[in-house]
Design a protein around this ligand. Structure first.
Ligand code: CU
Length: 222
């Protein structure tokens, strides 16, 4: 997650680093305030009035969390836009420059079944995608609730029986990434992983064409 390989994952990692930095500052501030209070407790016990206490309650209990949550929303919302399957006409953050590729993913105890509607290619526990192209993953489940997540490429999304959720991710470099079920789904949940292979567009086209002509190899479903 902290070594992003695409714009969706990059936006999430950025929010994460901001949250870490700000939470460290807040923690240090609280510890310093606490130590000052402990040291000065006896000496100043007499002159601490009601106003003084009220200032700390309003400042630390209302103003600080409000500012922190507002800032998180300002930074977090654009990061969330990257994960949404927004149409090409969308001009704000996260709108795709090229038409996205659609891949259907069905989670089941305990594997991932993949289907490429464009070419009818089917895979199990293996997801291939072209580099530099937004990919809309349509996620559903055959049994219990799972969660689709490829940490280096984008956000996670729940796989819910009877429902299809869509998450957009993208790889900006070729490579092999790990996908992992991120919702406890039974005994083999921890082993419910998926190999995600990002290939240059021309290699991807050749792979897809070969699979279309000769299905039923290695990782195929049927
Ligand atoms: Cu699962």
């Amino acid at each position: 997650m902290l070594d992003p390989a695409g714009p969706s994952a990059h936006a999430i990692a950025q929010v994460w680093w901001w949250m870490l930095g700000v939470s460290v500052l807040v923690t240090v501030g609280v510890v310093v305030a606490w130590m000052l209070a402990m040291n000065g407790r006896h000496a100043r016990a007499g002159d601490v009035g009601e106003n003084h206490n009220l200032r700390w309650i309003v400042g630390g209990g209302i103003v600080l969390p409000s500012v922190a949550i507002a800032a998180l929303m300002v930074f977090g919302t654009p990061a969330g836009m990257h994960q949404l399957p927004l149409p090409a006409s969308w001009t704000g953050a996260g709108g795709p420059a090229v038409a996205p590729l659609r891949i259907d993913v069905t989670a089941r105890q305990w594997s991932w079944a993949l289907h490429y509607p464009g070419s009818d290619v089917r895979l199990v526990n293996e997801l291939r995608l072209p580099v530099g192209k937004p990919v809309d993953i349509h996620v559903s489940s055959d049994d219990v609730i799972h969660s689709f997540w490829v940490p280096r490429l984008g956000g996670k999304i729940d796989a819910i029986p009877g429902r299809t959720n869509v998450v957009r991710l993208q790889a900006d470099q070729p490579g092999t990434f790990r996908g992992q079920c991120a919702e406890f789904c039974g005994l083999n949940h921890a082993h419910m992983a998926m190999k995600v292979i990002a290939m240059p567009q021309d290699e991807y086209d050749i792979w897809e064409m070969t699979r279309e002509i000769a299905p039923g190899q290695s990782a195929s479903d049927d």
